[in-house]
Design a protein around this ligand. Structure first.
Ligand code: GSH
Length: 213
């Protein structure tokens, strides 16, 4: 049976899972709904994802939530190009990068800078203080990620990995903000990485640009 991924395309975490599935070459079904509109949720959503977040995933009756668990499963359960390095040092780096992205980067880069600059672009009330508070945190994240990237092509070595899948959606939204673009410019190796990953067809085919009237 085809695996099924559930959740809206605009979601960072849904996109992480989509990137892994596409890069692995997995044929999957995608069920979309608006996570911010509870009336749009599938009736059993809290059974699939008890925190009411997205995404959730199912394959052959096996249900899973948490994007990094889904990308881990995709790597192990399907044939296709490896999404993880084999050397212990690179594997550990990949996990480290994913932890930094989830634990340190997502909230300031996406929930603060991206969401508030989107509100600003839409000429709605936005929280300028939230952006100002987040920018030192995002600067620290970019510096740490630039250090971990070093002169490698991808975040965990020579090949695209689950770490790049985790990073791409967060970076793409962060770079929607001019402030994000400015911070990226301080790290030529991260800029080079972004140019490289953003040209991939998986990245281009999964991007949902935010609507700005
Ligand atoms: N740790 C979770 C995070 C999932 C998450 O935060 N998803 C966001 C969308 S990108 C969400 O569902 N937000 C809805 C909300 O906050 O109400 C994972 O890896 O799946």
């Amino acid at each position: 049976m085809k695996p099924v991924l559930m959740g809206p395309s605009y979601s960072v975490y849904v996109r992480i899972a989509r990137l892994a599935l596409i890069e692995k070459g997995v044929d999957y079904d995608h069920t979309e709904f608006d996570v911010f509109d509870r009336s749009d949720w599938p009736a059993d959503w809290l059974e699939r994802q008890p925190f009411g977040l997205v995404p959730a995933f199912e394959h052959d009756g096996f249900r899973l939530y948490e994007a990094r668990a889904i990308t881990r499963y995709v790597e192990e359960a399907f044939e296709g190009p490896p999404l993880e390095p084999s050397r212990a040092t690179e594997l550990a780096r990949m996990e480290q990068v994913i932890s930094v992205l989830d634990g340190q980067a997502y909230r300031p880069m996406v929930r603060a800078v991206f969401v508030q600059t989107l509100e600003r672009a839409r000429k709605l009330d936005y929280d300028a203080e939230a952006i100002a508070e987040a920018l030192p945190k995002t600067a620290r994240c970019l510096a740490a990620l630039a250090e971990l990237l070093g002169d490698q092509t991808y975040l965990a070595g020579a090949a695209f990995s689950r770490a790049d899948a985790q990073a791409v959606p967060m970076f793409q939204y962060f770079l929607f903000a001019e402030e994000g673009q400015q911070q990226l410019q301080a790290h030529p190796n991260l800029e080079r990485w972004w140019t490289q990953v953003s040209a991939r067809s998986s990245v281009q085919s999964t991007y949902t640009p935010p609507a700005v009237p």
